[in-house]
Design a protein around this ligand. Structure first.
Ligand SMILES: [Zn+2]
Length: 446
Protein backbone atom coordinates (compact mmCIF):
# COMPACT_ATOMS: atom_id res chain seq x y z
CA UNK A 1 0.00 0.00 0.00
CA UNK A 2 1.51 3.39 -1.03
CA UNK A 3 1.59 6.46 1.22
CA UNK A 4 -1.38 8.04 -0.57
CA UNK A 5 -3.63 5.05 0.09
CA UNK A 6 -2.49 4.99 3.72
CA UNK A 7 -3.39 8.67 4.04
CA UNK A 8 -6.88 7.92 2.71
CA UNK A 9 -7.79 5.50 5.45
CA UNK A 10 -8.51 8.03 8.25
CA UNK A 11 -10.51 10.08 5.75
CA UNK A 12 -12.67 7.05 5.02
CA UNK A 13 -13.55 6.62 8.65
CA UNK A 14 -14.26 10.35 8.93
CA UNK A 15 -16.70 10.25 6.03
CA UNK A 16 -18.14 6.84 6.75
CA UNK A 17 -17.47 3.86 4.47
CA UNK A 18 -20.59 4.48 2.41
CA UNK A 19 -19.30 7.85 1.19
CA UNK A 20 -16.31 6.39 -0.64
CA UNK A 21 -17.23 2.78 -1.05
CA UNK A 22 -20.73 1.54 -1.69
CA UNK A 23 -21.42 3.67 -4.76
CA UNK A 24 -25.15 4.09 -5.33
CA UNK A 25 -26.62 4.60 -8.80
CA UNK A 26 -30.27 4.89 -9.77
CA UNK A 27 -31.81 4.21 -13.17
CA UNK A 28 -35.05 6.01 -13.93
CA UNK A 29 -37.07 3.70 -16.18
CA UNK A 30 -39.90 4.45 -18.56
CA UNK A 31 -41.04 0.89 -18.15
CA UNK A 32 -39.65 -2.26 -16.53
CA UNK A 33 -40.19 -5.86 -17.66
CA UNK A 34 -40.14 -8.39 -14.85
CA UNK A 35 -39.78 -11.81 -16.49
CA UNK A 36 -39.91 -13.62 -13.13
CA UNK A 37 -43.53 -12.52 -12.65
CA UNK A 38 -44.30 -12.14 -16.36
CA UNK A 39 -45.25 -8.50 -15.78
CA UNK A 40 -44.48 -5.04 -17.03
CA UNK A 41 -44.83 -1.88 -14.92
CA UNK A 42 -44.15 1.83 -15.46
CA UNK A 43 -42.66 4.84 -13.68
CA UNK A 44 -40.21 3.16 -11.33
CA UNK A 45 -36.53 3.65 -10.57
CA UNK A 46 -34.02 0.89 -9.89
CA UNK A 47 -31.57 1.72 -7.10
CA UNK A 48 -28.21 -0.10 -7.28
CA UNK A 49 -25.54 -0.33 -4.59
CA UNK A 50 -22.20 -2.07 -5.14
CA UNK A 51 -23.41 -3.81 -8.29
CA UNK A 52 -26.49 -5.26 -6.57
CA UNK A 53 -30.09 -4.10 -6.96
CA UNK A 54 -31.01 -2.54 -3.63
CA UNK A 55 -34.59 -1.52 -4.33
CA UNK A 56 -37.12 -0.67 -7.03
CA UNK A 57 -39.04 2.44 -6.01
CA UNK A 58 -41.45 5.01 -7.41
CA UNK A 59 -39.65 7.93 -9.09
CA UNK A 60 -40.57 10.24 -6.20
CA UNK A 61 -38.99 7.91 -3.64
CA UNK A 62 -35.42 7.90 -5.01
CA UNK A 63 -33.03 8.61 -2.12
CA UNK A 64 -31.42 12.08 -2.13
CA UNK A 65 -27.89 12.59 -3.41
CA UNK A 66 -27.93 9.53 -5.67
CA UNK A 67 -26.68 9.95 -9.25
CA UNK A 68 -29.53 9.13 -11.61
CA UNK A 69 -29.27 7.74 -15.14
CA UNK A 70 -32.34 8.91 -17.00
CA UNK A 71 -33.81 6.11 -19.15
CA UNK A 72 -37.36 7.35 -18.79
CA UNK A 73 -37.96 6.91 -22.53
CA UNK A 74 -36.76 3.29 -22.55
CA UNK A 75 -37.88 -0.14 -21.43
CA UNK A 76 -35.60 -1.86 -18.92
CA UNK A 77 -35.15 -5.60 -18.57
CA UNK A 78 -32.61 -7.97 -17.05
CA UNK A 79 -29.36 -8.52 -18.94
CA UNK A 80 -29.89 -11.25 -21.51
CA UNK A 81 -28.39 -14.75 -21.24
CA UNK A 82 -27.38 -16.80 -24.29
CA UNK A 83 -27.06 -20.45 -23.24
CA UNK A 84 -25.24 -21.63 -26.38
CA UNK A 85 -22.33 -19.54 -27.61
CA UNK A 86 -18.79 -20.21 -28.84
CA UNK A 87 -16.97 -16.95 -28.05
CA UNK A 88 -13.65 -18.57 -28.93
CA UNK A 89 -14.05 -18.89 -32.69
CA UNK A 90 -16.30 -17.01 -35.06
CA UNK A 91 -18.24 -17.18 -38.28
CA UNK A 92 -15.15 -16.18 -40.27
CA UNK A 93 -13.72 -19.62 -39.41
CA UNK A 94 -15.87 -21.40 -41.94
CA UNK A 95 -14.17 -24.75 -41.56
CA UNK A 96 -12.93 -26.31 -38.27
CA UNK A 97 -9.65 -27.09 -40.08
CA UNK A 98 -8.81 -23.37 -39.94
CA UNK A 99 -7.93 -23.88 -36.28
CA UNK A 100 -4.79 -25.71 -37.50
CA UNK A 101 -3.42 -22.48 -38.95
CA UNK A 102 -3.77 -20.56 -35.69
CA UNK A 103 -1.78 -20.66 -32.48
CA UNK A 104 -3.52 -20.86 -29.11
CA UNK A 105 -2.54 -17.23 -28.42
CA UNK A 106 -4.00 -16.12 -31.76
CA UNK A 107 -7.27 -17.93 -31.07
CA UNK A 108 -7.44 -16.32 -27.64
CA UNK A 109 -6.78 -12.77 -28.89
CA UNK A 110 -9.29 -13.20 -31.70
CA UNK A 111 -11.98 -14.01 -29.13
CA UNK A 112 -11.71 -10.57 -27.48
CA UNK A 113 -13.90 -8.65 -29.96
CA UNK A 114 -16.41 -11.53 -29.87
CA UNK A 115 -16.79 -11.06 -26.12
CA UNK A 116 -17.13 -7.28 -26.42
CA UNK A 117 -19.73 -7.46 -29.22
CA UNK A 118 -21.78 -9.97 -27.24
CA UNK A 119 -21.86 -7.74 -24.16
CA UNK A 120 -22.69 -4.63 -26.18
CA UNK A 121 -25.59 -6.54 -27.76
CA UNK A 122 -27.15 -6.81 -24.29
CA UNK A 123 -25.97 -10.31 -23.37
CA UNK A 124 -24.44 -9.92 -19.92
CA UNK A 125 -24.08 -13.68 -19.38
CA UNK A 126 -23.32 -16.60 -21.69
CA UNK A 127 -23.09 -20.34 -21.29
CA UNK A 128 -20.21 -21.02 -23.69
CA UNK A 129 -20.53 -24.58 -24.92
CA UNK A 130 -17.09 -25.59 -26.08
CA UNK A 131 -14.01 -24.81 -28.09
CA UNK A 132 -11.60 -26.85 -30.23
CA UNK A 133 -8.50 -25.42 -28.49
CA UNK A 134 -9.30 -26.78 -25.05
CA UNK A 135 -9.45 -24.43 -22.07
CA UNK A 136 -9.04 -21.17 -24.03
CA UNK A 137 -12.61 -20.43 -22.90
CA UNK A 138 -11.54 -20.70 -19.25
CA UNK A 139 -8.79 -18.17 -19.88
CA UNK A 140 -11.28 -15.79 -21.53
CA UNK A 141 -13.79 -16.28 -18.67
CA UNK A 142 -11.14 -15.42 -16.10
CA UNK A 143 -9.78 -12.44 -18.06
CA UNK A 144 -13.31 -11.00 -18.19
CA UNK A 145 -14.06 -11.62 -14.52
CA UNK A 146 -10.74 -10.00 -13.54
CA UNK A 147 -11.59 -6.94 -15.64
CA UNK A 148 -8.76 -7.38 -18.18
CA UNK A 149 -11.20 -7.81 -21.01
CA UNK A 150 -14.69 -6.48 -21.71
CA UNK A 151 -17.29 -9.20 -22.13
CA UNK A 152 -20.21 -11.11 -20.66
CA UNK A 153 -20.00 -13.25 -17.53
CA UNK A 154 -19.08 -16.68 -18.88
CA UNK A 155 -19.93 -20.21 -17.81
CA UNK A 156 -17.62 -22.52 -19.75
CA UNK A 157 -17.24 -26.16 -20.77
CA UNK A 158 -13.49 -26.21 -21.47
CA UNK A 159 -13.68 -28.71 -24.33
CA UNK A 160 -16.03 -30.99 -26.26
CA UNK A 161 -16.50 -34.40 -24.64
CA UNK A 162 -16.78 -36.55 -27.77
CA UNK A 163 -16.17 -40.04 -29.16
CA UNK A 164 -13.16 -40.78 -31.38
CA UNK A 165 -14.05 -39.32 -34.77
CA UNK A 166 -17.19 -37.89 -33.19
CA UNK A 167 -19.05 -34.61 -33.58
CA UNK A 168 -16.67 -32.66 -31.34
CA UNK A 169 -13.46 -34.10 -32.77
CA UNK A 170 -11.34 -32.46 -35.45
CA UNK A 171 -12.27 -34.90 -38.23
CA UNK A 172 -11.45 -35.07 -41.93
CA UNK A 173 -7.67 -34.97 -41.50
CA UNK A 174 -5.22 -37.42 -43.06
CA UNK A 175 -4.71 -40.55 -40.89
CA UNK A 176 -1.07 -39.71 -40.21
CA UNK A 177 -1.77 -36.21 -38.88
CA UNK A 178 -1.13 -36.18 -35.13
CA UNK A 179 -2.97 -33.44 -33.28
CA UNK A 180 -1.55 -31.65 -30.25
CA UNK A 181 -3.14 -32.57 -26.95
CA UNK A 182 -5.27 -29.43 -26.65
CA UNK A 183 -6.99 -30.26 -29.97
CA UNK A 184 -8.00 -33.76 -28.81
CA UNK A 185 -8.56 -33.02 -25.15
CA UNK A 186 -12.19 -34.16 -24.91
CA UNK A 187 -11.99 -37.41 -26.90
CA UNK A 188 -13.10 -40.41 -24.84
CA UNK A 189 -14.21 -43.96 -25.61
CA UNK A 190 -15.80 -46.15 -22.99
CA UNK A 191 -17.06 -45.39 -19.52
CA UNK A 192 -13.63 -45.12 -17.89
CA UNK A 193 -12.24 -42.64 -20.41
CA UNK A 194 -15.42 -40.56 -20.17
CA UNK A 195 -15.03 -40.39 -16.39
CA UNK A 196 -11.37 -39.45 -16.76
CA UNK A 197 -12.08 -36.54 -19.13
CA UNK A 198 -14.88 -35.24 -16.87
CA UNK A 199 -12.56 -35.43 -13.84
CA UNK A 200 -9.78 -33.64 -15.71
CA UNK A 201 -12.07 -30.84 -16.90
CA UNK A 202 -13.57 -30.49 -13.41
CA UNK A 203 -10.09 -30.29 -11.98
CA UNK A 204 -9.22 -27.41 -14.34
CA UNK A 205 -12.31 -25.50 -13.17
CA UNK A 206 -14.97 -25.76 -15.89
CA UNK A 207 -18.53 -24.70 -14.99
CA UNK A 208 -20.33 -27.58 -16.72
CA UNK A 209 -19.67 -30.47 -19.12
CA UNK A 210 -20.58 -30.38 -22.81
CA UNK A 211 -21.09 -33.82 -24.33
CA UNK A 212 -21.81 -34.74 -27.96
CA UNK A 213 -24.61 -37.33 -28.02
CA UNK A 214 -25.20 -37.34 -31.79
CA UNK A 215 -23.46 -36.34 -34.99
CA UNK A 216 -23.21 -32.68 -35.99
CA UNK A 217 -23.78 -30.30 -38.88
CA UNK A 218 -20.51 -28.38 -38.76
CA UNK A 219 -18.15 -31.38 -38.45
CA UNK A 220 -16.59 -33.18 -41.43
CA UNK A 221 -18.14 -36.57 -42.18
CA UNK A 222 -20.49 -36.40 -39.20
CA UNK A 223 -24.14 -37.48 -39.50
CA UNK A 224 -26.63 -35.59 -37.30
CA UNK A 225 -28.98 -38.61 -37.59
CA UNK A 226 -26.52 -40.90 -35.76
CA UNK A 227 -26.05 -41.71 -32.08
CA UNK A 228 -22.50 -41.36 -30.80
CA UNK A 229 -21.89 -42.03 -27.11
CA UNK A 230 -23.80 -45.03 -25.73
CA UNK A 231 -26.36 -44.56 -22.99
CA UNK A 232 -23.85 -46.05 -20.49
CA UNK A 233 -21.18 -43.54 -21.48
CA UNK A 234 -23.64 -40.62 -21.26
CA UNK A 235 -24.79 -41.84 -17.84
CA UNK A 236 -21.17 -42.08 -16.66
CA UNK A 237 -20.57 -38.47 -17.78
CA UNK A 238 -23.63 -37.21 -15.90
CA UNK A 239 -22.74 -39.23 -12.79
CA UNK A 240 -19.11 -38.13 -12.74
CA UNK A 241 -20.09 -34.49 -13.39
CA UNK A 242 -22.61 -34.65 -10.54
CA UNK A 243 -19.91 -35.88 -8.18
CA UNK A 244 -18.04 -32.64 -9.00
CA UNK A 245 -21.12 -30.45 -8.66
CA UNK A 246 -21.44 -29.99 -12.42
CA UNK A 247 -24.31 -30.45 -14.88
CA UNK A 248 -24.13 -31.84 -18.41
CA UNK A 249 -25.31 -30.11 -21.58
CA UNK A 250 -25.84 -32.60 -24.41
CA UNK A 251 -25.54 -31.77 -28.09
CA UNK A 252 -28.13 -33.97 -29.83
CA UNK A 253 -29.84 -33.76 -33.22
CA UNK A 254 -31.09 -37.35 -33.71
CA UNK A 255 -34.29 -38.51 -31.97
CA UNK A 256 -32.51 -41.41 -30.25
CA UNK A 257 -29.46 -39.31 -29.33
CA UNK A 258 -31.82 -36.86 -27.63
CA UNK A 259 -33.62 -39.61 -25.70
CA UNK A 260 -30.37 -41.26 -24.62
CA UNK A 261 -29.12 -37.94 -23.22
CA UNK A 262 -32.40 -37.07 -21.50
CA UNK A 263 -32.61 -40.50 -19.85
CA UNK A 264 -28.96 -40.26 -18.79
CA UNK A 265 -29.82 -37.04 -16.94
CA UNK A 266 -28.48 -34.20 -19.11
CA UNK A 267 -29.77 -30.82 -17.93
CA UNK A 268 -30.27 -29.54 -21.48
CA UNK A 269 -30.53 -30.76 -25.05
CA UNK A 270 -28.63 -28.52 -27.46
CA UNK A 271 -30.14 -28.18 -30.99
CA UNK A 272 -32.79 -30.92 -30.52
CA UNK A 273 -33.52 -30.91 -34.25
CA UNK A 274 -35.23 -34.32 -34.59
CA UNK A 275 -36.97 -34.23 -31.22
CA UNK A 276 -40.00 -36.55 -31.45
CA UNK A 277 -43.15 -36.88 -29.31
CA UNK A 278 -41.60 -39.49 -27.06
CA UNK A 279 -38.57 -37.25 -26.55
CA UNK A 280 -40.80 -34.30 -25.64
CA UNK A 281 -42.67 -36.41 -23.09
CA UNK A 282 -39.37 -37.50 -21.52
CA UNK A 283 -38.06 -33.93 -21.43
CA UNK A 284 -41.23 -32.75 -19.71
CA UNK A 285 -41.03 -35.57 -17.17
CA UNK A 286 -37.40 -34.88 -16.38
CA UNK A 287 -37.58 -31.07 -16.62
CA UNK A 288 -34.86 -31.06 -19.30
CA UNK A 289 -34.31 -27.75 -21.09
CA UNK A 290 -34.39 -27.45 -24.88
CA UNK A 291 -31.76 -25.02 -26.21
CA UNK A 292 -32.62 -24.78 -29.91
CA UNK A 293 -30.58 -22.52 -32.19
CA UNK A 294 -33.39 -21.72 -34.61
CA UNK A 295 -31.99 -18.51 -36.14
CA UNK A 296 -28.62 -19.60 -37.52
CA UNK A 297 -30.07 -21.85 -40.23
CA UNK A 298 -30.76 -18.74 -42.32
CA UNK A 299 -27.17 -17.58 -41.92
CA UNK A 300 -25.55 -20.96 -42.65
CA UNK A 301 -27.91 -21.91 -45.48
CA UNK A 302 -27.19 -18.53 -47.05
CA UNK A 303 -23.68 -19.99 -47.48
CA UNK A 304 -22.00 -16.78 -46.46
CA UNK A 305 -18.41 -17.00 -47.63
CA UNK A 306 -16.83 -20.34 -48.30
CA UNK A 307 -18.43 -22.75 -45.84
CA UNK A 308 -17.91 -26.42 -46.86
CA UNK A 309 -20.81 -27.56 -49.09
CA UNK A 310 -21.34 -30.62 -46.88
CA UNK A 311 -22.20 -28.36 -43.91
CA UNK A 312 -24.60 -26.19 -45.91
CA UNK A 313 -26.35 -29.29 -47.26
CA UNK A 314 -26.85 -30.77 -43.79
CA UNK A 315 -28.09 -27.45 -42.38
CA UNK A 316 -30.61 -27.06 -45.20
CA UNK A 317 -32.02 -30.53 -44.58
CA UNK A 318 -32.37 -29.96 -40.83
CA UNK A 319 -33.28 -26.28 -40.44
CA UNK A 320 -37.03 -26.46 -41.01
CA UNK A 321 -37.36 -29.79 -39.18
CA UNK A 322 -35.75 -28.16 -36.14
CA UNK A 323 -37.99 -25.09 -36.27
CA UNK A 324 -41.17 -27.14 -36.59
CA UNK A 325 -40.15 -29.41 -33.71
CA UNK A 326 -39.31 -26.34 -31.65
CA UNK A 327 -42.85 -25.01 -32.25
CA UNK A 328 -44.28 -28.39 -31.15
CA UNK A 329 -42.10 -28.40 -28.03
CA UNK A 330 -43.28 -24.89 -27.11
CA UNK A 331 -46.89 -26.03 -27.49
CA UNK A 332 -46.23 -29.16 -25.41
CA UNK A 333 -44.73 -27.06 -22.60
CA UNK A 334 -41.12 -28.32 -22.81
CA UNK A 335 -38.86 -25.95 -20.86
CA UNK A 336 -36.98 -23.65 -23.25
CA UNK A 337 -33.75 -21.72 -22.65
CA UNK A 338 -32.45 -19.22 -25.20
CA UNK A 339 -29.33 -20.35 -27.08
CA UNK A 340 -28.13 -19.34 -30.52
CA UNK A 341 -24.84 -21.10 -31.44
CA UNK A 342 -23.24 -17.65 -31.89
CA UNK A 343 -19.92 -18.28 -33.56
CA UNK A 344 -21.69 -20.21 -36.33
CA UNK A 345 -22.95 -16.70 -37.23
CA UNK A 346 -21.42 -13.33 -36.30
CA UNK A 347 -21.15 -12.59 -32.56
CA UNK A 348 -23.39 -9.73 -31.48
CA UNK A 349 -26.26 -10.86 -33.72
CA UNK A 350 -27.59 -13.15 -30.95
CA UNK A 351 -30.83 -11.19 -30.47
CA UNK A 352 -31.90 -11.93 -34.04
CA UNK A 353 -33.20 -15.25 -32.72
CA UNK A 354 -35.95 -13.63 -30.62
CA UNK A 355 -38.08 -12.85 -33.70
CA UNK A 356 -37.82 -16.48 -34.83
CA UNK A 357 -38.85 -17.78 -31.42
CA UNK A 358 -41.98 -15.63 -31.57
CA UNK A 359 -42.65 -16.71 -35.18
CA UNK A 360 -42.42 -20.34 -34.02
CA UNK A 361 -44.91 -20.18 -31.20
CA UNK A 362 -43.61 -18.25 -28.19
CA UNK A 363 -45.18 -15.08 -26.86
CA UNK A 364 -42.73 -12.14 -26.66
CA UNK A 365 -42.78 -12.49 -22.86
CA UNK A 366 -41.90 -16.20 -23.11
CA UNK A 367 -39.05 -15.44 -25.53
CA UNK A 368 -37.70 -12.89 -23.01
CA UNK A 369 -38.18 -15.34 -20.13
CA UNK A 370 -36.21 -17.98 -22.04
CA UNK A 371 -33.23 -15.58 -22.16
CA UNK A 372 -33.52 -14.34 -18.58
CA UNK A 373 -35.28 -16.14 -15.76
CA UNK A 374 -35.42 -19.59 -17.42
CA UNK A 375 -31.82 -19.38 -18.66
CA UNK A 376 -30.75 -18.46 -15.12
CA UNK A 377 -32.55 -21.58 -13.88
CA UNK A 378 -30.68 -23.72 -16.40
CA UNK A 379 -27.43 -22.26 -15.04
CA UNK A 380 -28.60 -22.86 -11.47
CA UNK A 381 -28.14 -19.09 -10.87
CA UNK A 382 -31.75 -17.97 -10.46
CA UNK A 383 -30.93 -16.50 -7.05
CA UNK A 384 -28.61 -13.90 -8.55
CA UNK A 385 -29.27 -13.62 -12.31
CA UNK A 386 -32.10 -13.35 -14.80
CA UNK A 387 -34.53 -11.02 -13.02
CA UNK A 388 -34.80 -7.52 -11.60
CA UNK A 389 -35.44 -7.63 -7.85
CA UNK A 390 -33.70 -6.49 -4.66
CA UNK A 391 -30.66 -8.66 -3.97
CA UNK A 392 -30.09 -9.63 -7.62
CA UNK A 393 -26.91 -8.71 -9.51
CA UNK A 394 -27.45 -5.44 -11.39
CA UNK A 395 -27.32 -6.75 -14.98
CA UNK A 396 -29.69 -4.36 -16.74
CA UNK A 397 -30.31 -3.45 -20.36
CA UNK A 398 -32.61 -0.98 -22.09
CA UNK A 399 -34.42 -0.98 -25.41
CA UNK A 400 -35.81 2.05 -27.25
CA UNK A 401 -39.18 0.38 -27.82
CA UNK A 402 -41.24 -2.06 -25.78
CA UNK A 403 -40.05 -5.59 -26.72
CA UNK A 404 -43.47 -6.99 -25.76
CA UNK A 405 -44.96 -5.14 -28.73
CA UNK A 406 -41.86 -5.20 -30.98
CA UNK A 407 -39.54 -8.09 -30.10
CA UNK A 408 -36.99 -6.94 -32.70
CA UNK A 409 -36.15 -3.89 -30.59
CA UNK A 410 -33.93 -6.30 -28.62
CA UNK A 411 -31.59 -6.20 -31.64
CA UNK A 412 -30.87 -2.55 -30.83
CA UNK A 413 -30.23 -2.24 -27.12
CA UNK A 414 -29.23 1.28 -26.09
CA UNK A 415 -27.96 0.63 -22.58
CA UNK A 416 -25.96 -2.21 -21.03
CA UNK A 417 -25.03 -2.49 -17.36
CA UNK A 418 -23.20 -5.53 -15.97
CA UNK A 419 -22.82 -5.84 -12.24
CA UNK A 420 -23.54 -2.14 -11.74
CA UNK A 421 -21.01 -0.96 -14.35
CA UNK A 422 -22.29 0.83 -17.47
CA UNK A 423 -20.71 -0.63 -20.62
CA UNK A 424 -22.92 1.03 -23.19
CA UNK A 425 -25.21 4.03 -23.14
CA UNK A 426 -26.55 5.40 -26.38
CA UNK A 427 -28.81 8.42 -26.20
CA UNK A 428 -31.17 9.54 -28.89
CA UNK A 429 -29.68 12.38 -30.86
CA UNK A 430 -32.37 12.94 -33.42
CA UNK A 431 -33.86 11.42 -36.50
CA UNK A 432 -32.08 10.57 -39.74
CA UNK A 433 -33.71 11.37 -43.12
CA UNK A 434 -34.92 7.77 -43.40
CA UNK A 435 -36.80 8.43 -40.13
CA UNK A 436 -34.63 6.08 -38.11
CA UNK A 437 -33.60 7.35 -34.69
CA UNK A 438 -29.93 8.30 -34.51
CA UNK A 439 -28.03 7.47 -31.34
CA UNK A 440 -24.80 8.72 -29.94
CA UNK A 441 -22.74 6.80 -27.45
CA UNK A 442 -22.86 8.76 -24.22
CA UNK A 443 -20.52 6.68 -22.14
CA UNK A 444 -18.74 3.38 -22.55
CA UNK A 445 -16.78 1.61 -19.88
CA UNK A 446 -13.32 0.80 -21.25
ZN1 LIG B 1 -22.62 -25.14 -30.75
Amino acid sequence: MGPLRQGLLPLVFLLGMGELWGAVIAIKAGSIIDPAKGLQFDAHTIVIRDGIIESIVKHADVPHGVSVIDLSHSTLLPGLIDCHTHLVGDAGDLDPHMILSKSTAQVAYESLPNARKTLEAGFTTVRDVGTYRALTDLALRDAISRGHVKGPRMFVAGAYLTTSGGAGALTGLAPDVVLPQNLRFGIADGVNEVRKVVRTLANYGVDFIKILASGAVLTHGSRPTSEEFSFEELKAAVDEARRHGLKVAAHAHSAQGIKNAVLAGAVSIEHGSMLDDEGMTLMKEKGTFLVADIYNDDYISGNHGEMPKEFVQKEKSLGMIQRNNFAKAVKRGVRIAFGTDAGAFPHGDNAKQFGYMVDYGMTPMQAIQSATVWAAELLGKEDSLGSLAPGKIADIIATPENPLTNIKTLENVTFVMKEGVVYLHRTRKGQDPATKPVYQILSVEM
